[in-house]
Design a protein around this ligand. Structure first.
Ligand code: ZN
Length: 187
């Protein structure tokens, strides 16, 4: 019998063909599963996600947004390669204070909304060397942490919007739903 391979979702992903998926793709609603081992497959996935995020001018991207539903996200608050950060199996440890600001999502192109978030967020995660670390972010960094944590738990921007904001974006959301339905391969 062959031993079970670790990280099957990552091994099965065809990295060059990954792209950022959009609402209402049902993979965005899955609760992602833990990364079982830090290996070169995980490092290559992070590289690919980082390239996609920078090309799309995003400050954060979670693995489920490229259709790989594992608990991993990448950020670069300055859009720069040298500020690249990778968070594997992140956990939100604490939230303090409040902020409200415009927030967007690469899976909801063209939509931004004022969203309330904690002002200071502390997370614990594993890096690509397999070491556990803790990091506290404020303002935008704290917002990105909370947004990406939402993604790996299957929660989306629209869940955080008030009903008025959601109503004001109903046309854009309906457009995304139509595009998704049209892009589905015929059976
Ligand atoms: Zn997002």
């Amino acid at each position: 019998m062959k031993p079970m391979e670790r990280n099957p979702k990552i091994r099965q992903a065809d990295l060059p063909s990954l792209k950022i998926i959009r609402y209402p793709d049902p993979r965005l609603r899955e609760v992602s599963t833990p990364v079982e081992e830090i290996d070169n497959h995980v490092r290559r996935l992070a590289d690919r996600m980082f390239a996609l995020m920078l090309a799309a001018k995003g400050v954060g991207l979670a693995a489920p947004q490229v259709g790989v539903t594992v608990r991993l996200f990448v950020t670069s608050p300055t859009f720069q390669e040298q500020d690249r950060r990778v968070y594997v199996n992140p956990e939100l440890i604490s939230l303090d204070g409040q902020q409200e600001d415009e927030e967007g999502c690469l899976s909801f192109p063209g939509i931004t909304s004022k969203i309330k978030r904690g002002h200071v967020a502390t997370i614990r995660a594993t890096n690509l060397d397999g070491q556990t670390f803790q990091e506290t972010g404020e303002g935008l960094t704290a917002r990105v942490f909370q947004h990406e944590m939402d993604h790996i738990n299957g929660r989306l921007l629209i869940d955080r919007m008030g009903s008025v904001a959601r109503l004001s974006h109903r046309r854009a959301l309906a457009d995304l739903e139509e595009q998704f339905a049209a892009a589905k391969p015929a059976r």
